[in-house]
Design a protein around this ligand. Sequence first.
Ligand SMILES: *Cc1c(COP(=O)(O)O)cnc(C)c1O
Length: 384
Amino acid sequence: MEKAHKLHPQTIAAQALGEICPVTGAVIPPVQLATTFARDKNYQQRDGREYIRDTSPTVEQAEKIICALEKGEDALMFPSGLSACTAAFHTLKQGDHIVIAQTLYHGVTHWAQEFSEHYGLSVSQFDATDPDSLKQVIQPGKTKIVWLEILANPTWVVADVGAIAAIAHQAGALLGVDATVTTPVLCQPLDLGADLVAHAATKYLNGHSDVLAGLLICKQAGTETWQRICDYRKLAGPMPGARDAYQLIRGMKTVYLRVQKQSDNALVVAKMLEKHPAVEQVYYPGLPSSPYHSLVNKQLQGGFGGMLSILVKGGKDEAIKVATSTHIWKPATSLGGVESLIEHRKTSEGNITDTPDNLLRLSTGIEHIDDLMGDLNQALSTIL
Ligand SMILES: *Cc1c(COP(=O)(O)O)cnc(C)c1O
């Protein structure tokens, strides 16, 4: 691990930390599927292992890789992105307060709405594009966690992580950043001031739309909060399976190549859509015309990510007409896979958000740019 930190992240990811099987030399370490581990002749555990819900060698491998890429002190894998995002909230006590961004992955907002009262937590929201709005709602000593996305679903508004971290820390709160969309390829939230980083590894880290998984990484492993999160996974039991961990490890090997290509494709698509007569608005912070362009440039390196959204001219009917007229862009939810997706976001989010009815969310894949553009052009022309 020490040595790995000195290598470039592209090398760490491609080699999955360079581990080989100590017995056979296989360049892919074996996947450990056993759920239970035999004790030795003295009835002692070997290698500290007993049962798979507590420690899983293949899950640990996935955790070590993301920990190195995020430059954290420890990481935990969860069976879904949402279970990783909400893990820290489960460690809070009655009377604690959390602050979440107004524009946020709807699943986290929904959890807060449905369960915070149940756990005796109070919840406030703030506008993550305006750090001062956090000052209005934060309660020093009582607020334990502030939660946001750097590029926030589904309008890709941008949060100034450093400024928000300073306000959170002054009040004694931790800052948690859901970095699913930026990935370690584009941004290192721990360096910017975050204390916890979460990933829906289902998305870019796996990258092939075939694993449900989450990851949570901490800046400091010795804190009470992190120890409580470790206890929570152990005692409540959200431990992922080894097969999913293996598939995630394989996916992470190519994340740098994929996200680079997806970012490049998305920027070209966004520039085309900005000029398209059927499009009212493009949300993509990589566009020089975006109000967030300079802030995003300050925090991201190498690209602006593969996610963008558009408002089509018209309403829900026109948006759905476009999403059902594409052939290459598949009309599906989720994001971050190598294949491009287009989605009527309001249909997925339901009424808990104020996402406009004419918004389509696009997850750009790695296909040839001409095919992506041609397909969008013909689909948009159906509403002109
Ligand atoms: C998908 C997603 C999640 C939830 O992840 P799951 O793996 O679907 O549970 C959380 N945050 C963001 C930003 C996401 O896109």
